[in-house]
Design a protein around this ligand. Structure first.
Ligand SMILES: *Cc1c(COP(=O)(O)O)cnc(C)c1O
Length: 481
């Protein structure tokens, strides 16, 4: 046999067993942190990985027992750290995308955060302390929704997809639902209008064309199987140019004549006109109700700035049918969601939402204010970073709304561009991501870009610190210890 084969055999014999690895001092400490069974399976993976690397020749060098043990322990530590870091943890969102679905969509207001803490123990979820008897779950949230939208009744489910599913299942199952070909939208991969129709057991009847759908297209498609006219907000795309579609009021008149239900899936929706924030084409839920929609669904964690939820408002007899259906029980929300939603809706009721709901506050942030904050942050960081290989510069750019809202709205912003003399942008981005809390940045034209629109002023010191850690190349990263 050849030399390398012998070296490999020696190395394989010197490789510590899983048991040996688990008996090390380091393993005893790691076991406290992640538990015995997880540690054992990680130790197995490390041993398998090392064996495979020796066999493939990837891991060579002096295969001493001692050396391999040290390396195995280091890898076990790294694996544990990676595991701990895979928990849900706070991040600094420096992407400038306000509703970042991967980063948890809407950040909650202080009021909503406090409400979650308050409700997390025993609470008055279905209890009325005034009478000592059972109270109705979600009653206050429903009342607030009715007041804020002018609807006669309201109901809350898990998300807008669940709302559409419940509405179509209860109102249109085994019948037909008409929808314009221009509204067959897909929201982020797993919400597609045709699929929701199919899952709800209603037959989707497409009317009109992609760019032009007339009232008569709906009228001519109505049969005695038709149950629902559905209007879907296009959300994340727009059709521009030679287009037409009936107004909601026209659809409402047709629905009434034909004794059908008009359902609008408003997507994000807004509780007041966001024209000034550049979002004039988001449906205002109060207007949809006033124009005659029988039932409207919208998301809690998009422009509303609340937790994930699907909000349903509409006519009493329709919403009550949804409430009494057995599916509702499977789709309803928990106490933490209700508490946070209630606190958020109260901010709207009190007229302080523009200032107190983070999503709206970030949307309304003036470019001059962001510019001032960016200048001051760069100054602070530069002072600390005088000896680094970093160059921080300011440049004009655009933020984004995200979350399937306002695809053509690009709020003006000032970006901080981060360039490292020795490291490519992707490496700088990865290092920012590896910090605790991770800093999430975007890359454009080979530069790492930070947008303070989505960074809370209270996070700026952490951001300066993060830049310093990444800028000083000698700083060990947390998982390299
Ligand atoms: C976003 C959106 C949905 C899905 O909402 P979730 O709350 O994420 O389930 C459904 N319909 C429309 C039109 C949307 O914009």
């Amino acid at each position: 046999m050849s030399e390398p084969a012998t070296a490999k055999t020696t190395a394989l014999r010197a490789l510590p067993s899983v048991d040996q690895l688990l008996r090390t001092e380091a393993a005893v400490e790691l076991r406290q942190r992640i538990g015995a069974s997880r540690l054992t399976s990680l130790a197995r993976s490390v041993a398998d990985e090392m064996r495979a690397e020796i066999q493939s020749g990837e891991l060579s060098g002096p295969p001493t027992r001692e050396g391999l043990l040290v390396l195995s322990v280091q890898r076990l530590k790294d694996a544990c750290l990676r595991e701990e870091r895979s928990r849900i943890q706070r991040v600094i969102n420096a992407t400038g995308v306000i509703l970042h679905t991967n980063l948890g969509r809407a950040p909650l207001s202080d009021a909503a955060r406090n409400a979650i803490t308050e409700a997390s123990g025993y609470c008055t979820l279905e209890y009325d302390p005034a009478t000592g008897s059972r109270g109705r779950r979600g009653a206050r949230v429903e009342t607030l929704l009715m007041e804020l939208t002018g609807a006669a009744d309201a109901l809350v489910v898990n998300n807008c997809a669940a709302a559409a599913f419940l509405i179509l299942s209860v109102l249109a199952k085994d019948g037909e639902t008409l929808v314009s070909r221009g509204e067959l939208v897909e929201i982020g991969g797993d919400f597609r209008v045709p699929d929701v129709m199919a899952n709800s057991g209603t037959r989707m009847i497409e009317v009109g064309t992609t760019n032009r759908t007339r009232l008569d297209d709906y009228r001519h498609a109505i049969t005695h199987h038709t149950r629902v006219l559905m209007r879907v907000h296009q959300s994340n795309y727009r059709i521009v140019g030679f287009t037409t579609s009936p107004t909601l009021s026209e659809l409402a008149i047709l629905a009434r004549e034909a004794r059908l239900i008009l359902f609008e899936d408003a997507g994000s929706g807004a509780l007041f006109d966001l024209e000034e924030q550049g979002l004039g084409d988001e449906p205002v839920i109060r207007d949809s109700i006033a124009q005659g929609a029988d039932v409207v669904s919208f998301s809690g964690d998009k422009l509303l700035g609340a937790p994930q939820a699907g909000l349903i408002v509409g006519k009493r007899e329709i919403v009550d049918r949804l409430r009494k259906h057995s599916l509702y029980r499977a789709l309803r929300v928990d106490k933490l969601t209700l508490a946070a939603l209630e606190a958020t809706l109260e901010l709207y009721s009190r007229g302080v939402a523009l200032n107190d709901v983070p999503v709206l506050r970030m949307l309304a942030l003036q470019p001059a204010e962001i510019d001032r904050r960016a200048h001051s942050l760069v100054q602070r960081a530069s002072r600390k970073l005088s000896d680094s290989a970093f160059a921080l510069e300011l440049m004009k750019g655009e933020s984004a709304v995200g979350g399937g809202s306002g695809p053509s709205t690009h709020p003006e912003t000032t970006l901080i561009s981060v360039q490292h003399n020795d490291l490519p942008a992707a490496e700088v981005q990865a290092r920012l991501r590896s910090l605790s809390p991770p800093v999430i940045a975007r890359i454009a034209d080979g530069k790492v870009l930070l947008d303070l629109r989505t960074v809370d002023p209270t996070e700026e010191s952490e951001l300066v610190e993060a830049l310093c850690r990444v800028g000083r190349r000698t700083t060990p990263l947390p998982w390299i210890n």
